[in-house]
Design a protein around this ligand. Structure first.
Ligand code: HEM
Length: 498
């Protein structure tokens, strides 16, 4: 049995699996479900596991305490993205989510902070409510297409908050960016990151070589990356030139006087930050809405209680607004439990170590990566009893008030690298979920023979893990049509055409 006996140059390394020559334990990590491998290792080796993957040292954190100790409390040492250089080959060098711990990354975080800090995000509330109302109209008109509408909704909010762009049906910007983001989601897994870091020649393997074609995929990816950063950014410059004053991350940054005159470098940072906001925010928000929908179908009891709370706090004449949030604790509890039960990002983006460190007697060398198994932490039976059960009451006290437990925020990552859009995301999700629950009821779909259709989602593989292609029935609640028609009038300026 190997338990913590391996020694690094600077001391004892934490326990972990013994790997094979060259690839280390890289191929033992399940690429589709890495959190499963990490959780198994967590049970066997503990909260901090060490392995080598493709020639690189990798630390896996399976414990909330260790994650806080290292990534939050010692964040100045654990905020690099050491693998990031290898990813430049994908054309992501503009993406602050993958930048090292350097000045360009700091500038990007300042750009985000300006528009997305807890107070600043309030400027987007009217837009978020407007998009939630549009979503209700879409669901009322064609509930079977909920997946498509969730995508459009998430995209629309991010594009507005980032570029001040008001999306239309079949918006060309949305389709350009969606295709580009699909590349990031595909290549953003620990396996791809590890392989590109260790064996950069893989990027040059053409299709002619046994049909593998990494080279062609990378060329396509690079083209999309360039377009997704340039095209919408230019659009915002045009809006600004026309005197459009909608708030957005790009416009707010460019208008901020301390950066006048705007340098080419600063523009590069702004356009990169904007591209990152979309790529990091659209898929994660959509994923959370999909998980929420699946959970509502599976838990009619929770849904009924949510309906009752909304009806009693908001009434039947209008839809919830942000001002109602305090009187709808169950909606917040549902949101928190949804993020816990299936976080959109189950395995965190690796944090790089800047300097050698020692933790709990173990040596952590500089240049290695720390990966947090977010799913594993959320499914720690010692912390969350009956962890597989969806139970929003975990976040409520005996009087039904929200508790102080905000551990769902772990879904947004750690330390200085914590998700830059978390306040925006929370508000987007809250407005969508509260409005949807006010207006609709979810249940299992019924097939042609009158039988209930099982929920067997396909889960996507990549940086995010999303349930898709499942069927459910979304029906308007009593009195809902009138409320949605009011929302349509407010959102579009007209009622439904006959
Ligand atoms: C449910 C929605 C979301 C979830 C679950 C989520 C989760 C995450 C996670 C886990 C990280 C990695 C943090 C780390 O390395 O420790 C991250 C990073 C990031 N997120 Fe989000 N995110 C969401 C929505 C958004 C939105 C709406 C935006 C932008 C408007 C956004 C922008 C970013 C950016 C820019 C980063 C990179 C931060 C950095 O490396 O400094 N995210 N997010």
């Amino acid at each position: 049995l190997y338990l913590g006996t391996r020694k690094g140059k600077g001391g004892l390394l934490p326990p972990g699996p013994r790997g094979f020559p060259i690839v280390g334990s890289g191929l033992q990590i399940n690429n589709a479900e890495p959190w499963v491998t990490f959780s198994k290792w967590g049970v066997k080796y503990g909260g901090l596991v060490y392995c080598r993957a493709f020639g690189q040292g990798l630390f896996i954190v399976n414990s909330e305490r260790v994650a806080h100790e290292l990534l939050d409390k010692r964040s100045s040492n654990y905020s690099d993205r050491t693998f990031a250089k290898a990813l430049d080959v994908f054309g992501w060098e503009w993406n602050p989510g993958f930048l090292g711990y350097n000045d360009t990354w700091r500038t990007s975080r300042r750009i985000f902070h300006l528009s997305l800090n807890q107070d600043a995000v309030r400027q987007f509330r009217p837009m978020q409510m407007n998009r939630a109302h549009r979503l209700l109209c879409d669901l009322l008109d064609d509930p079977n297409e909920f997946e498509k509408y969730y995508r459009e909704h998430s995209a629309s909010i991010i594009l507005s908050a980032t570029y001040g762009h008001d999306t239309t049906k079949n918006d060309e910007l949305v389709s350009l960016i969606e295709t580009s983001v699909a590349w990031i989601v595909k290549f953003g897994t620990p396996l791809w990151m590890g392989m590109m870091d260790a064996f950069p020649f893989i990027a040059r393997v053409p299709k002619a070589f046994f049909g593998i074609g990494v080279k062609e995929m990378i060329e396509d990816c690079r083209w999309h990356m360039e377009q997704m950063v340039k095209v919408p950014y230019q659009r915002t410059l045009a809006y600004m030139a026309e005197g459009d004053h909608k708030p957005s991350i790009v416009a707010n940054a460019l208008r901020k006087e301390i950066h006048q005159p705007v340098s080419e470098y600063f523009e590069w940072c702004v356009s990169g930050a904007a591209g990152a906001a979309y790529s990091a925010g659209a898929d994660t928000t959509y994923t959370t809405l999909q998980v929420f929908t699946m959970l509502m179908v599976l838990h009619p009891d929770v849904q009924r209680r949510a309906h009752e709370q909304i009806d009693s706090a908001v009434g039947f004449d209008r839809l919830p607004t942000f001002e109602d949030r305090g009187s709808l604790p169950l909606i917040d509890a549902i949101l928190r439990e949804t993020l816990r039960w299936s976080p959109a990002v189950r395995v965190n983006i690796p944090h790089g170590v800047t300097d050698d460190d020692v933790y709990d007697g173990y040596f952590i060398p500089k240049g290695t990566n720390i990966v947090v198994n977010i799913w594993g932490i959320f499914h720690d039976e010692g912390r969350y009893e009956n962890h597989m059960q969806f139970n929003p009451d975990r976040f409520l006290d005996s009087k039904g008030h929200l508790t102080e437990d905000d551990s769902h925020m772990l879904a947004f990552g750690f330390g200085r690298r914590i998700c830059a859009g978390r306040h925006l995301a929370e508000a987007t999700l809250w407005s969508a979920i509260s409005c949807i629950l006010a207006a609709f009821e979810f249940s299992r779909a019924i097939d042609q023979n009158g039988n209930e259709v099982d929920i067997n989602p396909k889960w996507t593989v990549g940086l995010t893990n999303c349930p898709t292609e499942f069927k459910c029935s979304i029906t308007p609640r009593e009195g809902c049509k009138a409320r949605v028609e009011e929302a349509r009038l407010a959102a579009y300026g007209h009622r439904a055409s006959a």
